[in-house]
Design a binder for this molecule. Sequence first.
Ligand code: ATP
Ligand code: MG
Ligand code: FE
Length: 344
Amino acid sequence: PLILGVESSCDETGFALVRGRELLANEVASSVERHARFGGVVPEVASRAHLEALVPTLERACESAGVELDDIDAIAVTAGPGLMGALVVGVSAAKALALALDKPLYGVNHLAAHVAVDLLDSGELPLPAVALLVSGGHTSLLKVDHLTDSITQLGETIDDAAGEAYDKVARLLGLGYPGGPIIDKLAADGDPKAIRFPRGLTARHDLEKHRFDFSFSGLKTAVARWVETAELEGREIPVADVCASFQEAVCDVLSAKAVDACREHGVSTLLLGGGVAANSRLRSLLAERCAEHGITLRRPRPGLCTDNGAMIAVLGAELVAAGRAESGLAFGAESGLPVSRVLV
Ligand code: ATP
Ligand code: MG
Ligand code: FE
């Protein structure tokens, strides 16, 4: 069956077409530049951008796959989690299409889709697996026992997402937006041991309650304090060293907790997803620590790690293949949809 995937949970409008695990088209329109002067995604701006991008992006997807709307067998759309105003645009569009074309509609979980997208690049995912999803909007550790009906959350950030921390630190250093790629690049010329920044939720008393949770707002504050102090003392800011030391703190915690989760749950496959999966240090540190413990690391190509329609379409295809009942037209977007609900 030919499945259309629709994504609009944050600042990317995505339409994609898959047949089973074969990707036919994946068109993404990002409003990232429109948020640049605010240093982060502005929900109202994102919603409006989705509205403008819907039709042209859908048309591009059909054109590049060489299919007509009538050829589509089922539609999958992100029902949540995400920004409410942004989700509503994609869900409404998908409902209109399902109604007009008389096709089944599946409202799916965005986080589960970040996991499912790996099927397109690497085929069958060995289960159980642990997934580390790191982006501008989420930082979660998941245990995947079954892709379409058993995903549990082991932990998540209790404040800022990892990508958000990159964006905020880049902003306070006056480096631009989005901060992740910029800091990643500058860090290459810095010393990751120059400054010892705090590793959130790794102290013994924190581990009891927050074994697999993350916290990055204290780290961001520590960087801000360090920079302020240096400025007050009239010292020049060693930007590359600050970037490298900040990045080391983020990647050290992310990789340590991900590997611990695998070991504690007897899992030998770790999947990395989300926009921060592009980070060079995170990838090298994870590769090193996974190798040490006999864990296989899987990471989809960067274009599939960031938000896109292909991840939604492939999860839809898996749900159709599993014979799951469609969501119909009566569901609504849920900004806080838990990952335990793969299909609404
Ligand atoms: P969502 O949270 O719903 O997945 P998003 O738009 O916030 O949506 P993505 O588009 O997946 O997330 O990723 C964007 C985030 O990834 C930004 O915060 C950006 O700074 C970060 N990022 C991108 N490249 C890198 C990199 N090389 N190193 C670190 N962070 C990066
Ligand atoms: Mg984005
Ligand atoms: Fe996402």
